[in-house]
Design a binder for this molecule. Structure first.
Ligand code: MRU
Length: 363
């Protein structure tokens, strides 16, 4: 398997006194152009998250953590670091409501800030950068572990259906759902992937197929509405998706259309797996009904990618995510292992043992 790295996001320190930068691969331009975007202030990071230049729940969390570090850098220069960090956290929290990793990362950064009250600005800045680095590195490790656990569920010569993009472009590592596929391929298994195109923003067609192709995994893009056909025709061994937020009972919020795929998988007796780190589990929400679902601009549907496809004046409803009830989820793959119904107790235990970033980033 090819192992070309994908530069989803990285931190650049500048030595000449100019601001550091969060450097992102601008995903809105893929697959046509591979262009890096330097984010040197909080607003540029916030805009990048809102417009999906960086996207996918874990990657949003990592980007937001670096965004807070950028806020601290500017605060240190202007002598009001605490205020700048607070404003950065508030701004980044308003970008996208569904992926809980964003709020997990911001809460973590706020905790570091609070624990250093009274410290020198320099020390606060360095601790926040270190904390963001730790979240970044931890995500790579979590992806690895999810991949190892999940690969056991994947037979050799498997054909896997996935929806949206839950790969290297959506995380700081090799991905959640796609990480399972990469791990299975590393074990020598021969894998074929059907990637739903994922309307309206085409993350499956533009991003999933791009990164699978770079890694040498055989991929076929299908229209979202063709999922029923490939499942009915026994062409799929399992479905694997990522998640943006998982409620305490195992209900899963993920890209719009995931719920439909889960219903189809059950109708055709095909296992439906979800891969996500425990930072995606929100133990404060008893069920998926409570998960806030982002609604995005009508233009993504009426004139996506620059061509009008809906008459002027027609109403549009554009939810970015839906919720798959736990009974349709055959297993949830996390860094701790594989959970099956009933999810409550095991998610409760794993959700409390949050990723190692929490214990060590501030030490
Ligand atoms: O709107 P997006 O592109 O951010 O949606 C992303 C997804 O729905 C992913 O499946 C999810 O965040 C998991 S990413 C590992």
């Amino acid at each position: 398997m090819a192992t070309e790295t994908i530069p989803t996001l990285c931190w650049r320190n500048n030595t000449d006194g100019s601001p550091p930068a969060l450097v992102l691969l601008d995903q809105t331009l893929l697959p046509v152009a591979e262009r890096l975007l330097d984010c040197e202030d909080v607003e540029t990071v916030a805009e990048a998250i809102e417009s999906l230049r960086v996207r996918g729940a874990p990657a949003i969390g990592v980007a937001a953590a670096y965004g807070v570090a950028l806020g601290a850098w500017h605060g240190r220069v202007f002598g009001n670091i605490a205020r700048c960090v607070t404003v950065a956290i508030e701004r980044l929290a308003r970008t996208r409501p569904t992926a809980v990793n964003l709020f997990w990362a911001l809460d973590h950064m706020r905790g570091i800030m609070d624990s250093l009250e009274g410290s020198a600005d320099d020390e606060v800045y360095r601790a926040l950068v270190a904390a963001a680095h730790k979240i970044h590195l931890d995500d790579q490790e979590l992806c690895r572990r999810m991949g190892e656990h999940g690969a056991c569920l994947v037979p050799d010569k498997a054909t896997i259906l996935t929806h949206c993009n839950a790969g290297a472009l959506a995380t700081a590592g090799w991905g959640t759902a796609l990480g399972v596929i990469y791990a299975a391929a590393e074990q020598g298994k021969d894998i074929h992937v059907y990637a739903d195109e994922t309307r309206p923003l085409m993350q499956g067609a533009r991003l999933t197929s791009w990164e699978l192709q770079r890694r040498g995994i055989h991929v076929t893009v299908i229209c979202d509405v063709a999922a029923a056909t490939v499942l009915r025709d026994h062409k799929v061994d399992c479905v694997i998706t990522g998640a943006d937020r998982i409620a305490a009972n195992g209900d899963v919020a993920n890209k719009i259309g995931t719920y439909g795929v889960a219903i189809l998988a059950q109708a055709h007796n095909v296992p439906f797996y979800v891969a996500a780190p425990t930072s995606t589990v929100d133990l404060d929400l008893a069920s998926g009904d409570l998960i806030p679902i982002e609604e995005r601009a009508a233009g993504e549907i009426t004139e996506g990618f620059g061509r009008r496809t809906v008459p002027e004046g027609v109403g549009v409803f554009n939810p970015a995510f839906d919720v798959t009830p736990n009974h349709l989820v055959s297993a949830i793959i996390t860094e701790h292992g594989i959970a099956r119904l009933p999810y409550c107790d095991v998610l409760q235990a794993w959700g409390k043992a949050t990723p190692s970033a929490v214990e060590t980033a501030s030490s």
